[in-house]
Design a protein around this ligand. Sequence first.
Ligand SMILES: Nc1ncnc2c1ncn2[C@@H]1O[C@H](COP(=O)(O)OP(=O)(O)OP(=O)(O)O)[C@@H](O)[C@H]1O
Ligand SMILES: [Mg+2]
Length: 273
Amino acid sequence: MSKVIVVTSGKGGVGKTTSSAAISAGLAMRGHKTVVIDFDVGLRNLDMIMGCERRVVFDFINVIQGDAKLKQALIKDRRLENLYVLPTSQTRDKDALTKEGVKKVLDELREDFDYIVCDSPAGIERGAHLAMYYADEAVVVTNPEVSSVRDSDRVLGLLNSKTFLAEKGDGSNVKAQLLLTRFDPARSAKGEMMSVQDVLEILAIPLLGIIPESTTVLKASNEGTPVILDETSGAAKAYMDAVGRLVGEQIEMKVTSGDQRRGFLQRLLGRTA
Ligand SMILES: Nc1ncnc2c1ncn2[C@@H]1O[C@H](COP(=O)(O)OP(=O)(O)OP(=O)(O)O)[C@@H](O)[C@H]1O
Ligand SMILES: [Mg+2]
């Protein structure tokens, strides 16, 4: 059965698009047929992070408005067999996304895909609401800082009340899990950043993973490669583990360091760090 997963946060710039790209690539690497959809109408960052911006001809909005078939808008990833991107348009018209239109597209995708990952825009307005509305599960992306945690808490309230599952009223709910991103263990130890425990106490949802602050993230996004494909990246390892947990595996929670550099001796011996 297919699953719709929304990647959401409330606060902007916390790592939703980075995480959507990494998670969808990780699911595809594990053999699951996966599509990642850009709900951030107007900004259109996902196709750049996925490295397919020059191949966009039709998009999500064209499909909703009946100007293109879904198959014409889906872009197949060149690196991973099971991965597809549904880009969005740069239109300023935020009303281009409609609840009925989103439902129609998701229903059609559910017939073909194992996982449908929805990259939400920031905030709690229309676009973010539509990105979460039909979700079965949510990955709540949070940075270890007060404003991000507070906004994630608001999003949790919406997931529990303003989604299709919540409105059904039969007790079913969107399963929400926390992805703590841009975590810096050294700064957290010095008290400059919230600890994992602090964040978990406030949000009180299961922890899906801890993604370290890493320079490899920006490098990968500049190259149009989901960071999970960079074998030298500590963030990639952390995303891999998070994807394992997302599909139900028991994987020990570890804080990886962001950048794994190979030492001189290791390079000489040809071993990885
Ligand atoms: N683990 C990380 N380490 C270092 N930088 C990161 C990490 N995760 C994300 N970033 C950086 O943070 C910035 C915002 O990331 P991203 O675009 O994924 O956030 P977003 O939540 O999708 O933003 P928006 O709300 O605008 O859609 C980018 O410059 C990205 O490279
Ligand atoms: Mg984004």
